[in-house]
Design a protein around this ligand. Structure first.
Ligand SMILES: *Cc1c(COP(=O)(O)O)cnc(C)c1O
Length: 352
């Protein structure tokens, strides 16, 4: 095999993600303000919900965040490039001795989620940790029936936390979880208490305790209308037109040819597809945009490309950029994807 002596510089990409870092900082400050006397932390798991840890984590810390959350142990090394170990918690907790040893060696806090995890942590040396109580989500966390377990008294709990299952809805579960969490707080000593995620912040001060844990809304998500006035869009994807075509009556477009031109039309082939988070569910009602001008999608998203009608923007040509409408609440309605899915599926091919 011929090996290039030096790999040549990559040519410009046909996908780019503009990140409004000022909006990110403002979102954190707004959520911190809405948290009242509680401090807002920041969930930075999954590469800051897919937007890019390296660009976003420093901005969040600069804005004032001092409590950061990742989910996997594999995310710790990346996060520690931007966040001190004492400010980082790992949500999935220690399942075994290797996890516990890694936590102790790096100095991050594991979130203990069960009696088993508590035992693993203590048997492997223990130290400061967080403790997750399950108050009704049945995902991770010590069940309410075990809050009196003697192992709890052996833990050095920095943040006692629980997670709301339906804070984005006016569900009776919210008040029930608040009541159970208050009960757990009375039993388990901890330096600080934390219940609310982004949506939970909008439920009011009763839910804020000492620390809130926003994720989605930092990145522009609006899980409850009350947050709409405070949260700005952070991620602005754009894709390039890589070919312009002229269609005539009867020409079918894209996979399975579900759109057929009824007369002559000019269309653009745009470089975005499934691997970039642009799933087929966008195709039915969706459009890309050129400024305020809508460019309706024609036919199905076809692997790495979509085809749009250029009738409303005849000046557009190959190489021009078009906007992917990514105001998250609206994009969620158009695509049927959750705001979480819209962010985390954007993929790796964007210039960030
Ligand atoms: C992901 C996560 C958060 C952030 O939730 P959002 O709904 O994105 O604000 C907070 N706490 C825990 C335990 C989480 O897993």
């Amino acid at each position: 095999m011929n090996k290039l002596p030096e790999f040549p510089p990559e040519p410009p990409r046909t996908l780019r993600l503009r990140l409004d870092l000022e909006a990110l900082a403002q979102n954190w400050r707004a959520l911190d303000r809405l948290s009242g006397s509680a401090a807002a932390g920041a969930a930075i798991k999954a590469d800051c919900y897919g937007l890019g840890l390296s660009a976003l984590a420093p901005v969040l810390r600069e804005a004032g965040a001092r409590d950061f959350l990742v989910a996997h142990w594999s995310e710790v090394a990346g996060a520690l490039e931007y966040v001190p170990a004492a400010e980082l918690s790992v949500l999935h907790g220690p399942m075994n001795a290797a996890d516990a040893a890694f936590a102790r060696a790096t100095g991050v806090r594991p979130v203990i989620n069960s009696v088993h995890q508590a035992t693993v942590w203590i048997e492997n040396g223990g130290g400061p940790c967080d403790l997750m109580i399950d108050t009704g989500i049945n995902r991770l966390g010590l069940p309410m029936s075990e809050i009196g377990n003697e192992i709890g008294a052996k833990l050095d709990v920095e943040v006692l936390m629980s997670h709301l299952a339906s804070a984005d809805e006016d569900s009776g579960l919210n008040a029930a979880q608040l009541q159970r969490f208050t009960q757990a707080c009375a039993v388990i000593p901890a330096s600080r208490r934390s219940l609310a995620n982004s949506a939970g912040i909008a439920l009011g001060r009763d839910y804020a305790f000492d620390l809130t844990r926003p994720g989605l809304s930092l990145y522009g998500g609006v899980p409850r209308d009350e947050l709409g006035a405070h949260i700005r869009q952070v991620a602005f994807p754009q894709a390039a037109i890589i070919q312009c075509r002229k269609l005539k009556a009867g020409d079918a477009v894209g996979y399975n040819g579900i759109f057929t031109a009824s007369g002559p039309m000019r269309v653009g082939v745009v470089s975005i597809g499934y691997a970039d988070g642009f799933l087929r569910c966008w195709g039915l009602n969706g459009a890309l945009q050129h400024g305020e001008v809508l460019l309706p999608l024609l036919g199905k998203v076809s692997m790495d490309m979509v085809i749009v009608d250029l009738a409303a923007a005849p000046e557009l040509a190959e190489g021009d950029w078009v906007d992917v409408p990514y105001n998250l609440p609206d994009a969620s309605v158009t695509s049927g994807l959750s705001q979480y899915e819209l962010l985390t599926t954007l993929g790796r091919r964007f210039t960030r």
